[in-house]
Design a binder for this molecule. Structure first.
Ligand SMILES: NC(=O)c1ccc[n+]([C@@H]2O[C@H](COP(=O)([O-])OP(=O)(O)OC[C@H]3O[C@@H](n4cnc5c(N)ncnc54)[C@H](OP(=O)(O)O)[C@@H]3O)[C@@H](O)[C@H]2O)c1
Length: 307
């Protein structure tokens, strides 16, 4: 057998059947492709008829065949956080996550052979302003999003109690040119009118999209992955540093700061809890589990993302 074949064999894992919610989103699309490339069988659960199976969370309905023979459920779906937080938007952001989790949990518990549950969560669990770096052993913080993530994870508590393998991937800022925070920053930066936000001292904890996808695959394939896991790159950076590196990668100046007062005026509470938040998050669990990042440094990640 050739060395390359041996290496491939060593990397292979038993094929699994995986049910994914939110598969049409930024993370879901790339993740489905990666899982299929690893030999897994993927089923999608969606609100629309684009999915293999459908669910209507408000009506408490989930296609009963969706979980048949499934080894793992990956729960990504949820109303976008990137909008002005009216009372109605806040209710959608919370309910779309908590109610859908409850429906999935009940369906998982009803199975004879219960699949593992791997869910998206956010680093906003730790709050808005962390003076020191935090890891998975740190407590939850203050703010609307911190409350959402606590309730989102809490809604799956009965799975842990029933000894179902449960993983919460507390995800940082996902770097992609197709969506999320970076895609929104790109137009002004490309025009050369980008700059730091506020005083630029707030820490940003980020992860490249390929690395986040690998974290999900890692969580599916390794039973030792359990509980809260920070899905971020090893080194958080300040917003000033992020700005400088993004400008360098794009070959553009970054001399137009965006004042915090303007961010608060335009984006309100959402701006305060996202672009102005100060969250230095460390991926202690991933390091302990031996996960290897493809993009551990921001410059490499941005070059790859924007190439
Ligand atoms: N991207 C990031 O930077 C980031 C950072 C931290 C955490 N996360 C979390 O990771 C998960 C995946 O992120 P993403 O960026 O891939 O999300 P996304 O692109 O916004 O996609 C989420 C999916 O959720 C479903 N959805 C949208 N609105 C919904 C609603 N009101 N009720 C129920 N389902 C709804 C949609 O799937 P269907 O139409 O097929 O149902 C959609 O494709 C999300 O829960 C997000 O909060 C993302």
């Amino acid at each position: 057998m050739l060395l390359s074949e041996l290496a491939m064999k060593a990397n292979m894992t038993t094929p699994k059947t995986i049910l994914i919610t939110g598969a049409s989103g930024l993370v879901g699309e790339s993740l489905c492709a990666a899982l299929v490339a690893r030999g897994h069988s993927v089923r999608t659960l969606s609100r629309s008829d684009q999915g293999d199976h459908q669910w209507d969370v408000a009506a408490g309905q989930l296609d009963s065949r969706a979980l048949d023979g499934v080894d793992a459920v990956i729960h990504l779906s949820g109303e976008s956080v990137a909008q002005r937080w009216t009372d109605a938007a806040k209710a959608r952001i919370l309910d779309s996550r908590v109610d859908s989790t409850r429906l999935l949990v009940d369906s998982i518990l009803a199975q004879e052979k219960r699949p593992a549950y791997i869910a998206a969560s956010g680093i906003s669990y730790y709050g808005i302003d962390c003076e020191h770096p935090v890891d998975e052993s740190s407590g939850s913080g203050k703010g609307f999003l911190a409350g959402v993530t606590c309730q989102w994870e809490g809604a799956a508590q009965s799975l842990t109690e029933a000894s179902v393998r449960t993983v919460f991937l507390r995800t940082g800022i996902v770097l992609s040119a197709k969506g999320g925070a970076l895609a929104k920053m790109l137009p002004p930066f490309k025009l050369g009118v980008g700059g730091r936000i506020g005083d630029g001292q707030q820490k940003m904890s980020w992860i490249s999209l390929p690395d986040l996808v690998s974290v999900y695959v890692f969580a599916v394939e390794n039973v030792s992955v359990q509980g809260a896991v920070n899905a971020v790159a090893p080194e958080p950076v300040t917003n000033s540093m992020f700005t400088k590196i993004l400008g360098r990668v794009l070959g553009r100046p970054t001399v137009f700061p965006l004042p915090a007062s303007l961010v608060k005026m335009i984006f309100g509470e959402m701006g305060k809890e996202t672009v102005l938040s100060n969250l230095g998050v460390l991926p202690k669990s991933l390091i302990d589990l031996g996960f290897e990042w493809q993009h551990a440094e921001l410059e490499t990640a941005l070059k790859q993302t924007l190439s």
